[in-house]
Design a protein around this ligand. Sequence first.
Ligand code: SF4
Ligand code: SF4
Ligand code: FES
Length: 314
Amino acid sequence: MTDIYAEAGVRMVELEVDGQPVTVREGATILDACKKAGIHTPTLCYGETLRPANVCRVCVVELEGARVLAPACSRLAEAGMKVLTDSPRVRHSRKLVLEFLGSSVDLSTAPEAQLYVQQYGADSERYGPPAPPSGDRDRARAGHHRVPDGQTAATVHQPVKIDNDLYVRDYSKCILCYKCVDACGEQYQNTFAIHVAGRGFDARISTELNVDLPDSACVYCGNCIAVCPTGALMPRSEYELRERGEWKPVEQTVTRTVCGFCGVGCNLDLVVQDNQVVRVDSPDDHDITRGNLCVKGRFGYEHVQNGGTKRPLT
Ligand code: SF4
Ligand code: SF4
Ligand code: FES
C-alpha cells in the first residue's frame, strides 16, 4: 500500500520494531511506528487528542544501543532505530509501573489499566495490604511525610469530592497522568481551573487554593472527564448509578447526534441506559470538538428526557 505521506513528499524514516521494518513520516513517534507495525503498546497518560505528557512510563520500549528505556508515546522515531517492545527489560519495567500504580491507586474503574495489570502479571499485593487512609491529602505539606510502616502500601486514598451537581472527583483513582490539567489548560479549555499541587507522593490534582469546584474557575465543560483514563473524574449521573450498582454498560446504547444549542455543530455521543441519557461524550476524531464540549453539550441534556429538568445547570 502506498503511504500518503511518502506520496505527498514528506520525508520518511525507516526503523525496525521487533525485527520488523517500518517506515513512518518524519516527526512520528515510536508509538506511531508500533501502531503501524500492528504492535499494541500500553499507554495511560497518552491521549490521542493531547500532546504527550510523558509521565506514566507504561509505554517504555528498549532501543538497541541505548542505556535507558524510552517512552514510546513521546520519543520520535529515528532512522535506523532498532526498537524492542517486548524484551525482558521492557516487560519488567512495565510490570513495576503497574504494580506501583495498582498498590497505591484504586483502578476499579480503569479497565485498560486492569487489562495491563493482567497482561504483565503485575502483583501489587506483594507490597502489602493498602495502608489506612493517611488523612487529608489536600493538606499535605512539603517535607511533612508520615513514615511508612514497611508492612502496608501507601495509597493516594482520599474522600470523593462531591461539591456540585454535574461531576464528581475521586482522586483515590487518580494516577496523576496530567491529562485533565492539559485539557483544562492551554491545550483546550484555557480555563486553568485545576493543576498539580504538592510534590512527590503528595502530589495531587487540585483547584486553586483547593476550593470547591463551584468556587473555582471551572466552567463545567467536562473536558477533563473526557480524557481521564481511570474514572477519577466522572459525571454525577454515572457516579450515582455505579454507587447503586445500576451502571450497566452492556445494556447501554450510544447514539451520535449534533448538539442543537448553537451553530458550531459539535457531535455528541449520547450514552443511554433504560431510556435515559446517562452520559454525553464527543468523538475524539471530530474535526471541531476533538472530544471536547461546553457545559451545554456535555450536561444540558435533561430537557430531552421525560419529566423535564430535574437538576439545574450550575
Ligand atoms: S470541567 Fe472544564 S473547566 Fe472545569 S476543571 Fe474540567 S476541564 Fe477545567
Ligand atoms: S484526575 Fe484523571 S485525568 Fe486527571 S490526572 Fe488524575 S487520572 Fe489523570
Ligand atoms: S503513555 Fe507514554 S509515558 Fe505515559
